[in-house]
Design a protein around this ligand. Structure first.
Ligand code: HEM
Length: 466
């Protein structure tokens, strides 16, 4: 028996770390503290096994987890449950009136204009840039002494920024790479306070830590992207990047193109939403891979079969079935965006419960993905639940890392293709080991991050291309 066979034979069920929910709903001060430290800890235990939990508050929140109710909120009656104004309050100063933070007509035309650029077939052309992102990390690890420990979470943020910068802006994004990295880190630190204030409906003017830094970064990041737009307008080129296509995009109804302000809003949205999320997905997947050698071996076998030599290309993506299965299970347990929200525009009835106008509607993807009534052995890492032919049983309102309904993530195809191409490239090149006994707890910082980071030992595989 070789090493891989031994591993296949010893299938130890893997239960990766999870948050421990409070047994009962929290009061206002407790909720505030949890919102600051880890909003997932403010979601009571009952939400994990009930279809709907309405907390009269304060804070008034209705947690919706049942797939039929999720469908009502996000699709059938989505006009009665609009985007939570708190999202605009918190993110509006940074993302302006872009596709993520706008509503109604403003949103519709931007969505219609941009959606065709993000279709699966269009995105496949960017696979070489995605592989190059993974190779940038591999190159850095290869230069370090063999078996060194690296901050995988940070490395994945850099590698995925490399990708978004090259696909969106043909590399121009590198010019503002440092500003983006530092700005995003500082911004997210202040964001916890803004989110906690907003969730508990505290007044905007109330002083809070990090507010000035956030203002500073709002103008700095917007100025950096404005600079890129001006530079591109001053010397146009024929780069085949998303930005060029965004410049030429026309609203099919009105023939309108995007103003500079809308370009800044959307470029910044894509630059930020388009890399931290994928970085989180890759970070958690590499961690899970290190704890489940059986799946590492299966992926490696598949990658070597599908891509015997040369880099991963667009043609390989759909054939990397096991790699996608592992990614899917990883995004079930650790959804990069763990909580979505809406609000009740008017008094409504939901599953026989009266919900007052203004109530926050929480759609906790993290909890839906681990709901006791929806999943068999919900906390267990088991990619075979998504084996071809078996996944037909899961409703799209039950497994929903990209949301659902008209506001489903516009970058979903981009993200899946990128994560597949990068994971295959990374796994083929190196082995990742997480220090034993260090189990990273998931913490929601808009994106789901490992508390304390994700240090891992990286060892290059013999004969791997890098
Ligand atoms: C694994 C990676 C990703 C995950 C898990 C993810 C998740 C999500 C989710 C759950 C939503 C819905 C939010 C809501 O309805 O409230 C969303 C929306 C959005 N995402 Fe993603 N996302 C990912 C990658 C990307 C990428 C790569 C881009 C762009 C390049 C992107 C851009 C957007 C935008 C613009 C929206 C707003 C869409 C709208 O409101 O019409 N995302 N994302």
């Amino acid at each position: 028996m070789n090493k891989i066979d031994t591993v296949y034979a010893s299938r130890v069920p893997l239960y990766p770390p999870r948050v421990t929910p409070p047994p009962k709903p929290l009061n206002l001060p407790q909720s505030f503290i949890k919102f600051l430290s880890n909003p997932l800890l403010a979601i009571p235990e009952s939400v994990y096994h009930e279809p709907l939990v309405v907390l009269r508050g304060p804070p008034a929140i209705a947690w919706v987890t049942d797939p039929a109710l999720v469908k009502i909120v996000l699709l059938d009656r989505c006009d009665d449950f609009p985007q939570d104004p708190l999202l605009r309050r918190v993110l509006g100063p940074l993302f302006g009136n872009g596709i993520l933070t706008s509503e109604g007509r403003d949103w519709r035309w931007q969505h219609q204009t941009v959606a065709p650029l993000f279709r699966h077939g269009e995105i496949l052309r960017y696979v070489p840039a995605m592989v190059a992102g993974a190779e940038s990390a591999i190159k850095a690890w290869s230069a370090a002494p063999p078996g060194s420990t690296h901050a995988i979470d940070t490395d994945m943020v850099r590698a995925t920024y490399h990708v978004i910068s090259n696909t969106l802006l043909a590399g121009d994004g590198a010019l503002i790479g440092e500003t983006m990295e530092q700005g995003a880190a500082d911004y997210v630190a202040g964001l916890s306070w803004s989110m906690a204030y907003a969730a508990l409906n505290l007044p905007v003017w109330l002083p809070r830590p990090g507010r000035r830094r956030m203002h500073f970064w709002e103008s700095r990041l917007r100025a950096a992207v404005t600079g890129l737009i001006h530079a591109r307008r001053a010397s146009p080129n024929d780069h085949d990047d998303l930005f060029t296509r965004l410049l030429g995009a026309v609203d099919p109804e009105t023939s309108q193109t995007m103003s500079d302000a809308q370009l800044v809003d959307n470029l910044l949205t894509f630059l930020l939403a388009g890399h931290h999320t994928i970085a989180a997905a890759l970070t958690w997947t590499l961690y899970l891979t290190s704890r489940a050698p059986e799946w590492e071996a299966r992926m490696l076998e598949e990658i070597r079969q599908v891509v015997p030599s040369g880099p991963v290309t667009g043609e390989h993506i759909d054939k990397l079935v096991t790699v996608q299965q592992v990614l899917t299970e990883s995004m079930r347990l650790f959804p990069p965006l763990p909580v979505m929200s809406r609000y009740a525009a008017e008094d409504v009835e939901l599953a026989g419960e009266h919900i007052k106008a203004g109530t926050l509607i929480g759609l906790p993807i993290y909890v839906i993905h681990r709901h006791r009534k929806l999943w068999d052995n919900p906390d267990r890492f088991d990619p075979s639940r998504f084996a071809q032919g078996r996944d037909v049983g899961y409703s799209r309102y039950q497994f929903m890392p990209f949301g659902v309904g008209p506001r489903i993530c516009i970058g979903a195809a981009f993200a899946l293709i990128e994560a597949t191409a990068m994971l295959a490239t990374l796994i083929r090149a190196a082995r990742f080991e997480s220090p034993p006994g260090q189990e990273p707890i998931p913490v929601s910082r808009v994106v789901l991050l490992p508390k304390g980071g994700m240090p891992m030992r990286v060892t290059m595989r013999h004969g791997a291309r890098h």
